[in-house]
Design a protein around this ligand. Structure first.
Ligand code: URA
Length: 267
């Protein structure tokens, strides 16, 4: 194997170690001094005993009392919920994340955006949609819908980053979505925009794909509320498929929400 063909392997290996928080493995002084040593280095690393990472104070899947919404303000109840979420050890993602990404925005928001799961930037900063997809989402909100980003609330189906940005797994969704449901019950938004298939499928309890769901309103019934939900494409998908057609569809979807809220104010 040539040295150049080893480079992607090394990159993958280092990324994996970083994801696991194994900083010792990616520290520059532990890198092989000569490219020729790479094979031996990787073999030695693979056979070396991994240091035990002590991030947990509680066992995984520990039984938890469900969170109960109290009588505080929306801001206070969201803060209590975030503290509850910080203690969550129900799935293994708490072991590999850097930060919990609880959600951000106005607790009194009329519109909630719900994405899939934190990516690398969000994991590092502890805030949702702060990477490239986040920049596009900000443009959709501020340039398209003409409202400040800080006036909406943004959350995700998962609160912890799945390693290497893989898809959320069913057990992770089961563990995490009760917290999302509490966020919705506290905020009581007038409309939700579901970004992509994972958010749309959870909110609408369906297995349908995003193409079938987007473009028209659906209803989320929760706590005596009937919240209109507009599924649309995830900003990451829009970045991958940056065509006029895709952008026009997203534009149509979000503008339907703007019009709905305008109408509800006129009534
Ligand atoms: N993608 C998501 O679904 N959520 C984020 O917070 C960032 C990227």
């Amino acid at each position: 194997m040539s040295n150049s063909s080893l480079i992607p392997l090394i990159k993958d290996y280092l990324k994996q170690e970083m994801t696991l928080g194994n900083w010792e493995a990616v520290a520059p002084e532990t890198l092989p001094p000569e490219p020729g040593d790479v094979k031996a280095y990787l073999a030695k690393k693979a056979s070396a005993k991994k240091p035990v990472k002590k991030v947990e104070s509680e066992p995984l899947n520990k039984f938890r009392e469900p969170f109960r919404i109290g009588s505080g303000s929306k801001e206070e109840e969201l803060k209590r919920l975030m503290e509850y979420a910080l203690g969550c050890r129900q799935c293994a993602l708490c072991q590999t994340r850097s930060n919990l990404v609880f959600g951000s925005g106005d607790p009194e928001a009329e519109i909630m955006f719900i994405g899939e799961a934190p990516g690398e930037d969000e994991d590092l900063q502890g805030a949702p949609f702060v990477g490239r997809a986040g920049e596009l989402l900000t443009d959709i909100i501020e340039k398209g819908m003409k409202i400040p980003r800080k006036s909406v609330y943004i959350a995700n189906v998962l609160k912890c980053r799945p390693p290497m940005n893989r898809d959320p797994q069913p057990n992770e969704i089961d563990c995490c979505t009760p917290m999302l449901a509490c966020q919705i019950r506290i905020i009581r938004p007038k409309a939700i925009i579901a970004l992509g298939a994972f958010a749309s499928r959870y909110l609408l309890n369906t297995k349908s794909g995003i193409n079938a769901l987007r473009g028209s309103f659906h209803t989320l019934r929760i706590d005596g509320m009937a919240i209109p939900v507009m599924p649309t494409y995830h900003p990451s998908y829009v970045l991958r498929e940056y065509t006029i057609e895709v952008r026009r569809k997203v534009w149509n979807d979000v503008m339907q929400v703007v019009k709905l809220l305008e109408k509800s104010k006129e009534a």
